[in-house]
Design a protein around this ligand. Structure first.
Ligand SMILES: [Zn+2]
Length: 172
């Protein structure tokens, strides 16, 4: 997604040590993610940055909710999201170990770093995979229609499922 200029931290002007930055993400942020699943949201972000000569250690904390469609009734719901992610930027120009995703090497002449992408990552990683309204809050009409379909489908076994089962039995 495109970087938000307000998520840029000009670190060269900062003293070594601890710094805190706070941001409010709203619908505009979720629209910019271009992820259809995220309709909107409101998330508070705190970045605790520990700056030293060669490293920026950022602890990103997100807390809020993202508006998504319920997996069950497809109605809109506010899905709570809360979590942390650590991101380390090295300022020496050396590449970190491959596969070490939390370590990112910045060019030696870099004087600022943008965090939009990491906010997005932190939110996506901390959203539950299954998003369903709390009990009894699904759209009652859709709920009823769905239970109807389930009943109608139950007596007919899916032929693909049976084929898979047969394959599994042969192998074991
Ligand atoms: Zn629902």
């Amino acid at each position: 997604m495109e970087a938000f200029p307000e998520h840029t931290i000009a670190f060269t002007g900062l003293k070594d040590g601890a710094h805190r930055f706070t941001y409010e993400l709203d619908d505009a942020f979720f629209k910019a993610t271009e992820q259809e699943e995220y309709v909107g949201g409101k998330v508070a972000v705190t970045v605790d940055m520990d700056k030293s000569q060669h490293l920026l250690v950022c602890k990103i904390h997100v807390d809020g909710s993202v508006q998504v469609h319920c997996d069950h009734c497809n109605g809109l719901m506010d899905c709570p999201v809360k979590g942390d992610q650590r991101q380390i930027f090295t300022l020496t120009g050396e590449e970190g170990d491959e596969g070490d995703e939390e370590l990112v090497s910045l060019p030696t002449d870099a004087h600022e770093v943008n965090l939009t992408h990491y906010f997005f990552e932190c939110i996506s990683l901390n959203l539950p995979a299954r998003r369903i309204h709390p009990d009894g809050q699904c759209d009652p009409e859709v709920d009823q229609a769905l239970s109807q379909i389930n009943i109608e489908h139950e007596p007919v076994p899916d032929p693909r499922w049976e084929a898979l089962q047969a394959l599994k039995n042969n192998r074991s």
